[in-house]
Design a protein around this ligand. Sequence first.
Ligand SMILES: Cc1cc2nc3c(=O)[nH]c(=O)nc-3n(C[C@H](O)[C@H](O)[C@H](O)COP(=O)(O)O)c2cc1C
Length: 278
Amino acid sequence: MNTVNNTAANEAAPDSAYGTHDEIASRNGTLDVLLNRRSIRAFTDEPVNAQDVDAIEAAAQRAATSQFYNAWSAIRITDEDLKKKLAEVARQPYVATAPLLYVFIADQHRNYRIAEAKGVAESDITYGTSFMLAQAQNDAVLALHAMETAAESLGLGGVILGSLLNNIDELIELLHLPEHTFPVLGLALGHPAQQPQLKPRMPRELQFFDNAYPSDDETPDVLAQFKDFDATVREYYDLRDASKPVAGFTDQIAQGATSDAPLKKALHSHEVKQGFAD
Ligand SMILES: Cc1cc2nc3c(=O)[nH]c(=O)nc-3n(C[C@H](O)[C@H](O)[C@H](O)COP(=O)(O)O)c2cc1C
């Protein structure tokens, strides 16, 4: 079992009636992998062997897919120059150091072509609607997560890369993405060269509700609910690098609220450019 540095996770997850984090993880291999997952951003030079690549791609393909549309594709980035260009798009140098790099794509292009080839009138095809894009994004994320989990089960580590969307136009151009496709997320994988502490998660009652979303009236002071979690998050970052104190959870959320990430404002226009409309 993977028991590295789980102190914070145990402290942050006191809400289980059935045991500590490590006790739950030790129930079986799947729970061990899922409960000990963490983002890995540093990799050794060791390549990922072909058998492992084969296994994680097979796992991605087994993920559930809405209405059996199989509306996702993944692009393997094997060209080192392209990898470097993507690292620049992401503004994250470690992207270029990942032995394996995939970009997952919401893909209704394939289905659109099939429908056309079957003689469906273009005006009747709905694969280019925003609803179908959302469905394709769901498919892509599920496949990516299955791949990430499979990779971790083989002792690999990795990180999901939303940062590739820092420059959507360039990403679309670099990967030659056709109409009715849209980049969703990257996944960088390799043999871990770090074993970071598990990042805490909020108390379960703040994220799981029974039957309905609770009324705000029940919790007039939203920040009070997060007081202990804020302290736990600050402690987590302090343990990683005490010289760089980091804001607690609620401060991070407040900072994120005014983030000027291009995605927040421009996503819709990129979707329209890729042929997805209402
Ligand atoms: C949709 C999504 C996009 C992400 N994008 C990035 C990214 O671009 N760069 C990065 O370093 N981490 C990225 N992450 C990783 C998150 O920062 C990380 O999952 C989160 O901080 C929790 O940490 P943990 O995964 O170690 O538990 C992303 C995660 C998700 C789910």
